[in-house]
Design a protein around this ligand. Structure first.
Ligand SMILES: NC(=O)c1ccc[n+]([C@@H]2O[C@H](COP(=O)([O-])OP(=O)(O)OC[C@H]3O[C@@H](n4cnc5c(N)ncnc54)[C@H](OP(=O)(O)O)[C@@H]3O)[C@@H](O)[C@H]2O)c1
Length: 362
């Protein structure tokens, strides 16, 4: 199997579009990138194409002929599509990174954030699962604290962008916002309640016994897997906010050891994948708009959780901070691409300049 071609399945969706953008930034040649439609929205028309840098790639249907000779796949589609197409791709000898939740809890499939548990790729199977976007952003932020000081417990409140629910959710927020400003109310379709000018509980199904929603359960279970069966308790509370793109999280931790604010800043500043934005004097902290289009997860507003009860330069064990991360980049497409790069694929010709937020269409 030649490994110089990569296929993006679900190339018209938000994650698929972002994967193509990242490949184009890395100057991966257009004739080695294949854009696939899942067929979920009907067969692609002959004229259908997707943008690839300044070029256009024809959209292919998935068939024995079109997948032949493609060595790497990023799947950016729904769970059912992943379950349907993965066996055939693996049989062909391809290496597949799947963004859906179809295989995340399968013990034979590594669930990987390269900065956190990249070692899980050593001797990896041909199928690798990308964790949930909120899990990736949370664990990337916690990684330096966990390694250096140990974690006793974690609380996280999420403020998730609507694009986490796919392309249709962005359209819904736009339409509802315009209608609301014109004094009209449009009924919700993607979300159970209006998204415009609102904050609401994550729409994933609630478990009747635990009261957890699906997103909260994913964070808990995926974190334990990625942390190799860790029993550190994580208390997530997931919300949607009328933000187009990039998830925010307020994280509160109890550490195993006391530490100071400066030590925490130092750990975050030197951690791969994080960028410290913690300027109290000028009120400069992470926001989803600053995080949009960025590979790094922004982190800041670091303070002792119990404020005046702790002298932050003497030290304490309870700390809170804010993170904002582009869930379409590090939370999905970038993480998938980093896995492929770590497995030796797609040595970048000109590793990507980060896109400016103005280049981001969503
Ligand atoms: N959105 C996120 O923040 C995020 C983060 C992490 C993981 N994920 C996971 O990644 C997978 C893909 O998510 P997504 O957010 O990219 O979903 P999406 O935007 O809804 O796209 C998924 C599929 O919807 C169809 N589609 C979307 N926009 C379209 C358009 N403008 N025209 C025609 N068809 C369109 C495409 O089907 P065809 O292929 O048939 O054209 C596409 O493959 C899911 O499993 C999701 O759970 C998403």
């Amino acid at each position: 199997m030649s490994r110089d071609r990569i296929g993006i399945i679900g190339a018209r969706g938000l994650v698929g579009t972002e994967a193509l953008r990242l490949l184009a930034e890395r100057r991966w040649p257009a004739d080695q990138v294949v854009a696939f439609s899942t067929g979920g929205t009907g067969p692609p028309t002959v004229a259908a194409s997707v943008a690839y840098g300044d070029e256009a790639l024809p959209l292919q249907a998935i068939s024995d002929e079109t997948v032949r000779g493609v060595g790497w796949f990023i799947i950016a589609a729904d769970e059912a599509t992943s379950r349907r197409v993965v066996p055939g791709l693996l049989k062909n000898g391809a290496i597949v990174v799947d963004n859906s939740s179809a295989f995340r809890m399968d013990p034979s499939v590594p669930l990987v954030i390269p900065e956190v548990n990249g070692h899980a790729l050593d001797g990896a199977s041909s199928l690798i699962a990308n964790p949930n976007c909120s899990t990736i952003i949370l664990l990337l932020a916690l990684n330096p604290l966990r390694k250096a000081l140990g974690l006793e417990s974690v609380h996280v409140a999420t403020y998730q962008a609507v694009s986490g629910a796919g392309a249709a959710a962005i359209a819904e927020l736009h339409e509802q916002s315009e209608a609301a400003l014109a004094g009209r109310e449009l009924p919700p379709a993607v979300f159970p309640v209006p998204a415009a000018f609102n904050v609401f509980c994550h729409e994933s199904p609630l478990d009747a016994d635990s009261g957890l929603c699906g997103e909260e359960t994913k964070i808990i279970r995926e974190s334990a897997r990625i942390w190799n069966g860790s029993t550190v308790p994580i208390a997530p509370f997931c919300m949607r906010v009328p933000v187009i793109r990039a998830h925010s999280q307020v994280i509160s931790v109890r550490l195993c050891r006391e530490t100071t604010a400066n030590e925490i800043r130092r750990l975050f500043a030197s951690a791969p994948g994080l960028e410290l934005l913690d300027d109290r004097e000028n009120g400069c902290f992470p926001t989803p708009r600053k995080a949009t289009g960025r590979d790094e997860v922004l982190i800041g507003r670091i303070r002792p959780s119990f404020g005046e009860r702790c002298n932050e330069s003497v030290g304490c064990r309870d700390w809170s901070f804010l993170v904002c991360g582009d869930q379409l980049r590090k939370g999905a497409a970038l993480n998938a691409l980093q896995i492929i790069e770590r497995l030796g694929g797609l040595a970048p010709a000109g590793v990507g300049a980060t896109a400016s937020p103005n280049d981001i269409a969503v």
